[in-house]
Design a protein around this ligand. Structure first.
Ligand SMILES: NC(=O)c1ccc[n+]([C@@H]2O[C@H](COP(=O)([O-])OP(=O)(O)OC[C@H]3O[C@@H](n4cnc5c(N)ncnc54)[C@H](OP(=O)(O)O)[C@@H]3O)[C@@H](O)[C@H]2O)c1
Length: 268
């Protein structure tokens, strides 16, 4: 699977409550969402990340991506539900299978490219006690998903997931590096790595990251870290790790999507 170095996170396409973003926002209209997807696709982004817990993100994508399914790699999740403003977690085999079948229907597709277990933080218990990954492995055998993994929150869980899965999603940004050993292990095992919260959910953007300074003027970006804006510095740091497959950045602002892509191209 060839994923673009930046993927598009779609929490903000379907949900705007009980989130940790620093600023409130309005969910984009269909027209606005369509424009964001077209922009991302036209600039080379081919990976889109969604989840049942992202409000109606899956359903909207199912409609918005009609006729362009083959241009996208779709990553969704199992395990977390979000109803009436609250999350609940369900990792048992029955829920896992039903959730995945529902995602196939909502996303209007007969195969999902990546399915991740949406951890509640108890990574180790989920992996060892629930059989969630076994169900995903079965569904891969059945041809309903192409690959599976886990979006983890701990190093121990990430390391276990790396052994048992095709792909692991974890947090890495300029102020949080704890889970880098998981990426090192994924690299050794040739497993996929997706990064979430690379911009610390918007806290690491320096306030005005839509106009990137051109750290490449010297043609020597990597030795010029001090002059880079936070977004470019983030992408440079993360993409320098050979284990990172893609950084999933959430954005509903076209200017941010454009500048993020420019920044990623600059340093990759
Ligand atoms: N447990 C899990 O599995 C899990 C948890 C968290 C996230 N994720 C996935 O990872 C994705 C990314 O995580 P995230 O959304 O929490 O955090 P993030 O990508 O670190 O940050 C997204 C925030 O940064 C802002 N932003 C993006 N580019 C910017 C720029 N150039 N300048 C200024 N602000 C910018 C966005 O606002 P604008 O919309 O205004 O651009 C958005 O509010 C999510 O969308 C989701 O797909 C998964």
């Amino acid at each position: 699977m060839e994923v673009s170095v930046l993927g598009l996170g779609t929490v903000k396409l379907g949900r705007n409550e009980a989130l940790k973003y620093p600023q409130a926002f309005t969910i984009p209209t269909d027209q606005e969402a369509q424009a964001l997807l077209s922009l991302a696709r036209s600039r080379g982004i081919n990976l889109i990340d969604t989840a049942p817990a992202y409000g109606n993100s899956e359903e909207r994508l199912g409609k918005l991506l009609k006729g362009q399914r083959k241009h996208w790699l779709i990553c969704t999740k199992v395990g977390e539900e979000f109803n009436r403003g609250q999350s609940s977690y369900h990792f048992d085999p029955e829920h896992t299978r039903a959730s995945l079948e529902r995602s196939l229907r909502r996303l209007n597709t007969d195969i999902l490219d990546i399915v991740l277990v949406h951890s509640d933080g108890n990574d180790e218990a989920i992996i060892k006690d629930y059989g969630t990954l076994d169900v995903l492995a079965e569904m891969k055998q059945e041809g309903k998903i192409r690959s599976f993994g886990m979006s983890t929150k701990t190093v121990t869980g990430g390391l276990l997931a790396a052994e048992q899965c095709d792909v692991v999603m974890m947090t890495w940004n300029l102020s949080y590096h704890d889970e880098v050993p998981v990426i090192d292990r994924c690299l050794e095992l040739n497993k996929g790595v997706l990064i979430k919260k690379a911009l610390a959910s918007g806290r690491a953007t320096g306030g005005n990251a839509s106009s990137h300074t051109s750290g490449s003027a010297s043609g020597n970006v990597s030795s010029n870290n001090a002059s880079l804006d936070p977004v470019t510095e983030t992408f440079e740091t993360l993409l320098a790790h050979r284990g990172v497959s893609s950084i999933i950045v959430g954005s509903i602002n076209p200017a941010h999507i454009r500048s993020n892509i420019e920044a990623a191209l600059l340093v990759s």
